[in-house]
Design a protein around this ligand. Structure first.
Ligand code: GDP
Length: 533
């Protein structure tokens, strides 16, 4: 009886959850937006107040206070807060130096993404890489054009870029009034009204908003208003009319304009997440069957964080709940090893640093400590029937290095360590005919993966490694193994083989690839975004 009561709750709880990530290039304003979203939600949830009191005191102190006050749980993987009765899970996509395969894997744990663009820069490399993964997985994307308070590009030009460079139809829901740098508000495309923003002193947590009808807006804003109306109409007439179905099938993206640092547009984004972003849906298992949300507990591990301190080989596994109710202390089964995993330790670490995770529902992220038995891609479940979700795909690497044991007498430990790290997904392992088995090639999405691998080989396997970076940055799948020689003969390219047998052609850069392709037009190369899984 009790179980079925809990089961109903799981599906209901899933319905009031939104789990998403922000995809952006460093400096576009992800931290600022994250903070603005969380603080705005808090202000609204607490008192409906508009102004923050002491202003911005930095994310960390504010978040810790929020945890105490509102039971918000913060992990290095996800931030959770409530807004108008909806539970928002914002999953972190590490950027900057720690950009790695984990960054991509986070996108397997979200139901939608917010693409954050700097108004002066538009689409940037890291945003594009992350967007590719979203596209591959069919994740619906909302777009927030940030920093509109500063001089930047034209709104129409930014929208054109989305369509032309990545084939994503922009569907503006707001349109800026006043060119970038003279941002006064937005046209609300849905009802044609003007949302006027006022700057608030001292780092407010919610922007002052005033709503004017079109006639009032025209009187106040004159030519800027007329221009905004005309441009918004132009967008609507050229395929940009809002259509939720096109958002869900990921062929179009709703676009908002704002300035995270001033909280302009932040409320609109939160409202959109609540109203439009998809809630968790039944996840498809390895047999192609959806696991109902109200089935017994299940989750999959999308990130494993290993402590760098050898004295504390602590490992935290972050898992996204897919069905049922997670209750701290429950014993679950690891579908890969069929072994039980006790979750009683969730509290110990979580209790110290953050509010305890006692219960979690589909869409939530749980951090399991002492999880040395868990691997990225593992499925955890309780009860029956057993379930296993597809493993996580491997992604196109951009960094390569030849690995050799620094101490040849430790070659056996070295091999064992390398296999272990590859099985955990710390780095991808490639075989090079040129170099032989004794010198495998490590491949990574971000260079920090090499540092982690080197550290663990030395400290866990007592086999220090010598890593020699290879000058490659572009990779394609070689469709026809018979064409291997063409690539190997190139001065700035070579072929390596992945564990699944795929032949990968590595090039110094895209230019080197294009040159070789010009010499051999018959060379069949395929892009490699996210495969397997
Ligand atoms: P992240 O690297 O994407 O997390 O970017 P940050 O949130 O750290 O922001 C990078 C810089 O841009 C910081 O100096 C922010 O203050 C600034 N910034 C963020 N949002 C805005 C905005 O809306 N307007 C302006 N003018 N600056 C912003």
């Amino acid at each position: 009886m009790q179980r079925s009561a809990a089961a109903v709750t799981a599906a209901e709880q899933a319905g009031r959850r939104r789990s998403f990530a922000v995809i952006s290039h460093p400096d576009a304003g992800k931290s600022t937006l994250t903070e603005a979203l969380a603080l705005h939600a808090r202000v609204i949830s607490e008192a409906g107040a508009v102004h923050g009191k002491a202003g911005r005191r930095g994310v960390v102190s504010d978040w810790m206070e929020m945890e105490r006050a509102r039971g918000i749980s913060i992990t290095s993987a996800a931030l959770q807060f409530e807004y108008h009765g909806t539970v928002i899970n914002l999953l972190d996509t590490p950027g900057h130096a720690d950009f790695s395969e984990d960054t991509y894997r986070v996108l397997s744990a979200v139901d939608s993404a917010v693409m954050l663009l700097d108004a002066a820069k538009g689409l940037e490399p890291q945003t594009l890489k992350l967007f590719d993964v979203c596209r591959h997985r069919g994740i619906p994307v909302l777009t927030f054009v940030n920093k509109w308070d500063r001089p930047g590009r034209e709104a129409l030009e930014l929208c054109d870029e989305l369509l032309e460079r990545i084939g994503l139809q922009p569907m503006p829901l707001t349109w800026p009034v006043g060119e970038a740098g003279h941002f006064r508000g937005v046209l609300d495309v849905a009802d044609g009204s003007f949302v006027r923003y006022a700057r608030t002193a001292g780092g407010a947590t919610a922007a002052d908003e005033q709503r004017l009808d079109a006639a009032e807006a025209a009187a106040v804003e004159g030519a800027d208003w007329t221009r905004a109306v005309e441009e918004a109409e132009l967008m609507a007439a050229s395929g940009g009319e809002f259509d939720p179905a096109r958002f869900y099938d990921a062929s179009a993206t709703p676009v908002l304009f704002g300035a995270a640092v001033l909280n302009f547009g932040v409320r609109h984004l939160l409202d959109l997440l609540v109203e439009l972003a998809p809630a968790p849906e039944p996840r498809i298992d390895v047999d192609g069957n959806p696991r109902p949300l109200d089935a017994d507990f299940s989750a999959f591990v999308f990130k494993v964080q290993t402590g760098m301190d050898p004295a504390h080989r602590d490992q935290v596994a972050f898992a996204r709940v897919c069905s049922g109710v997670f209750e701290r202390g429950m014993v679950v089964t690891n579908a890969t090893t069929k072994k039980p995993f006790a979750t009683k330790y969730v509290q110990q670490v979580f209790g110290q640093q953050r509010s305890t995770v006692d219960t979690a529902y589909p869409g939530d992220v749980i951090g399991l400590v002492n999880a040395s038995a868990l691997r990225v891609g593992d499925t955890l479940y309780a009860g029956r029937p057993a379930v296993r979700f597809p493993g996580l795909p491997s992604f196109a690497p951009a960094h390569f290095a030849v690995a050799r044991p620094a101490d040849l007498s430790r070659a056996k430990q070295f091999r064992k360590g390398v296999d272990q790290l590859a099985s955990e997904g710390v780095v991808q392992l490639l075989k090079s005919d040129l170099r032989g088995d004794a010198a495998p090639v490590f491949a990574a999405v971000g260079p920090m993966q090499f540092e982690v691998a080197a550290h663990r080989l030395e400290h866990e396997f007592s086999s220090p490694v010598r890593l020699d970076r290879l000058p490659y940055s572009a990779v394609r799948r070689l469709a026809d193994p018979a064409q291997r020689a063409m690539v190997d003969a190139g001065r700035r390219s070579e072929v390596v083989t992945r564990a699944d047998g795929a032949d990968l052609a590595l090039f110094e850069d895209e230019m080197a690839m294009r040159i070789l392709q010009r010499q051999h037009p018959e060379l069949a190369l395929e892009p490699l975004v996210a495969e397997g899984g």
